[in-house]
Design a protein around this ligand. Structure first.
Ligand code: SF4
Ligand code: SF4
Length: 114
């Protein structure tokens, strides 16, 4: 493609093989409903933390699936585990548990405060 002057913009490039998807695997094993997310954004629209910050659970879900865990690591500190997002998900994803499991994994890895 390069010879025609086209290439994938670096900021849009997802290195699926190089990314660490162990967090996504861990969540999918413990909370299989995580697989059902269609990134509709319903959780983000109702999120308590999202009312006061730029926090987006939709974005976090996508990044975790891809194995891009750095932003979720920082952003998930904003979630207070209120569970509102779980009530509106059209796919029945137990989003509260997804967030809890992610925080739990981060805690195991680096002493992250839940
Ligand atoms: S509401 Fe459910 S399906 Fe929609 S983005 Fe959130 S977790 Fe995914
Ligand atoms: S549990 Fe977290 S992600 Fe879900 S609505 Fe509450 S603050 Fe937002």
């Amino acid at each position: 493609m390069d010879k025609f002057g086209f290439s994938i913009s670096k900021v849009r490039y997802i290195d699926w093989e190089a990314n660490d998807r162990s967090l996504a695997d861990y969540i999918r094993e413990k909370e299989p409903s995580f697989k059902l997310c269609i990134a509709c954004g319903g959780c983000t629209a109702t999120c308590t933390a999202g009312n006061y910050t730029q926090f987006s659970l939709r974005e976090i879900n996508i990044l975790i699936h891809r194995g891009e865990n750095e932003k979720p690591w920082n952003e998930l500190k904003k979630c207070m585990l209120c569970g509102k997002c779980s009530l509106v998900c059209p796919r029945g994803v137990n989003t509260r548990n997804v967030v809890f499991l992610a925080k739990q994994m981060f805690q195991k890895m680096n002493g992250y405060a839940i």
